[in-house]
Design a protein around this ligand. Sequence first.
Ligand code: HEC
Length: 127
Amino acid sequence: MVLQIIKKTAFLTGLLLLIGLNSCYYDSVEDLYPQPPVCDTTGVTYSGSVKPIIDANCFACHSGSAPSGNISLANYNDVVVAAQNGSLLGVIRHENAWSPMPKNGNKIDDCSITKIEIWVDSGTPNN
Ligand code: HEC
């Protein structure tokens, strides 16, 4: 009899513990399978999209009186030159024919590359 009560109590305690633990364990799809952030490619412009990326990743070397590789990316006209001769997309996509940029740095993120591609494909507007 006593043994039975002990057994029952142990069983119930175990059950409650299980339920308790289960209720604390919550999982969301986002936590279990992290999704890459959504890339918003609507309304890509030079001033709002391309320039900030170039300024953050390229400007330090490619501006001033002696820009690296003698290539300036300091303003719209400079960036258009690189866009039109293919070097801009070539270097950021790390294509074989070009020196990969940013020099000695990580490739810029895919979303930024996509935005620059969209801008080049739409004819490098000064917007
Ligand atoms: C740390 C300095 C540095 C940064 C940052 C940098 N560059 Fe360069 N870049 C260079 C140097 C130095 C060269 C000359 C070629 C070489 O040494 O590879 C060059 C060359 C280039 C060229 C000519 C490449 C060729 O193969 O003819 C382009 C176009 C260019 N950079 C664009 C960019 C762009 C776009 C970014 C930003 C995404 C960038 N660079 C970031 C230093 C830099």
